[in-house]
Each structure stands twice: as C-alpha cells, then as structure tokens.
Design a protein around this ligand. Structure first.
Ligand code: FMN
Length: 295
C-alpha cells in the first residue's frame, strides 16, 4: 500500500533540513567558546531556552513549575504558553525569568487583561502566537474554551502599546510577516511552524536567513521547532537566531526526573552547542560565521 502517512509532515521535513546542513572545522587559533547571552536586559548561561509550553501536568506532576525550576537551574530563559494566572505567578516564583505567550483570543478585552496580569506578575517579556488561528487539523480554533481569531497590524500595535515591555510575535514564517512585525513595533519574533500548524511548512532554519535579512538586527530573532541537540541550536544561531527554543526534547527529562531532568537536557544541549562553537572558532553565540554551514 502506498505510504501517505508522513507526506508533508512539517516536523519530519524540518528534521531532514537540519540534518542536510553540514559544518566545517576551524580549529587553528580557536578558543574555548562562551555560551552566555543577554536577552531583554537579563543574562543567561545559554541561548537554549524552554520554548512556549503548556499543560505539562500530563508529563509530570506540576510539570510547568518543574520545567521553570529546571530552566532557572540551567540559567535558561523559560517561555510559557496558555495557562492560568496562578500558574504564571508560580513559574515566576521559581526564580526563572519568564516570557509569556498569550493566545490570539477573539476577545480583545481578554488579551488586554492577560497582558496587564503578565506585566504585574513580573514577566521579562510577553507576546502572542499569532499563527494559532482559524483552526484545522492542528486545533479547532479554540484556546481552551475561548475562540481565537487572526490579528490585524492595528490589533498588534495596540498590544505592543499596552504591553510596555517587549511584545514578541511567535509563528513568523515569511518575510511578509517579519516586515509586519517590525512595523507593529514587535520586540522580537519567533520563527516557528508551531509543530506543524501547516503541512509542508518551510523549515524555520531554512527561511531564517531571509527573515534575518528583513529584520537586519533591529529586534531579536528566536527559532524553535525540532531543536533537540546542540548541533541544531548551533545551525540556527549561525543562520541568524539570537537564541533558540526547545520543547519536546525536554519531555523525556521532565517525565523521568522533573526539574532535574529538564536542567540536564538543557545543559546537555548547551554543552553540545559549546563543542560545535569550540571547533568552528565561534567565540560566543553572537559570533558564529554563517559560512561555516554548508548547504
Ligand atoms: C506540550 C506542548 C504545549 C505547547 N503549548 C504551546 C502554547 O501554549 N503556546 C504556544 O505558542 N506554543 C505551544 N507549543 C508549541 C511550542 O512552543 C513549539 O512551537 C513547538 O513545540 C515546536 O518546538 P519543539 O519541536 O522543540 O517541540 C506547545 C508545544 C508542546 C509540545
């Protein structure tokens, strides 16, 4: 029988693209790399972050808080997606620096309420997964019980204004949307296909150099989807990301050991990244020559 199950599987396409990129060596005069980064005025030990996650109680009791503890212990930035106000306060209570990603609810008042709460709770930055709209195979057009709807440039400008903190757009996967993010005054973007929200999605790392050209260092660029090892992080950083998010790769660690497991996975990916940086004369995450990547 013809195999159609994996046709157009965006996560597989992304994995294959990562693995199709090859890396040269630059070891003469090389120095040991530092993985430290500054993001939104805060210092982190690693550019590998916990990407916007939610609902982790199924993986581990108190899973979101355990994940935040693991991120804090690894010196990594924690992003959180949909979740209650109490949960967000508990995440920040772990000492982790947190970015809150709010759903594009159809109800604008609900968005402004979530923005006000996140600010008061003490997030480092906040934003919205603007791709989580319409519904289809991936979701039903609802975030929990609330309908979601596409946002206009003017909507986003009003969220940016209300936030008064960097407001990041997650799910940017075209040069057009990157331009609109700049025009809206976004404080950063996440290049992402949201674990295959569309079939046959262009791999984030493939479109990244073009989006980086549009952004031209004016706001930070983050990347997620399929980042599971240090070499994936290295390739994304080399091609224009300031930091990367990892999600599903953390699950095994979280399920097995809670916070300590998350910390271990983040530290392992970071050490693999450092190893790739050491061997390519890349002194820090902001100085990786894209020419070390062979396509
Ligand atoms: C359990 C789980 C919950 C998620 N919840 C959210 C969310 O609430 N908001 C959001 O923007 N993305 C959410 N995502 C998507 C991730 O932020 C990310 O874009 C996606 O998982 C791809 O990264 P990965 O391949 O490293 O997992 C979730 C992903 C997972 C696995």
């Amino acid at each position: 029988m013809e195999e159609t199950v994996n046709r157009g599987n965006s996560e597989l396409i992304t994995r294959e693209y990562f693995d199709s990129l090859q890396v040269e060596l630059r070891t003469i005069d090389a120095v040991k790399a530092s993985t430290g980064v500054e993001l939104f005025g805060a210092s982190f030990s690693t550019p590998v972050m916990v990407t916007a996650l939610s609902g982790l109680d199924k993986t581990c009791p108190n899973g979101m808080v355990e994940t935040a503890r693991g991120a804090a212990a690894a010196g990594a930035l924690m992003w959180s997606g949909i979740g209650s106000e109490e949960e967000l306060e508990a995440l920040i209570g772990t000492g982790a620096k947190v970015v809150k990603i709010i759903k594009p609810y159809a109800d604008r008042d609900l968005i402004f309420k979530k923005i006000a709460h996140a600010k008061k709770a003490g997030v480092l930055a906040l934003g919205m997964d603007t791709d989580f709209v319409f519904g289809g195979k991936h979701h039903k057009g609802f975030a929990m019980e609330y309908p979601v709807s596409p946002k206009t440039l003017d909507d986003i400008k009003s969220f940016v204004k209300a936030a008064g903190l960097p407001f990041i757009l997650k799910g940017i996967l075209s040069e057009q949307d990157a331009e609109k993010a700049l025009e809206a005054g976004a404080g950063g973007i996440v290049v992402s296909h949201h674990q295959g929200i569309i079939e046959s999605a262009v791999p984030p790392v493939k479109i990244l150099p073009r989006i980086a050209g549009v952004i031209n260092k004016r706001i930070p660029i983050f990347v997620d989807c399929g980042i599971a090892r240090g070499m994936d992080a290295f390739k994304a950083l080399a091609l224009g990301a300031q930091a990367v998010g990892t999600g599903k790769a953390l699950m095994k660690g979280l399920a097995a050991e809670g916070a300590a497991g998350v910390q271990k996975v983040l530290e392992t990916i970071t050490e693999e990244l450092r190893c790739a940086m050491n061997l390519t004369s890349s002194p820090d995450p902001g100085h990786i020559d894209p020419a070390v990547i062979w396509k």
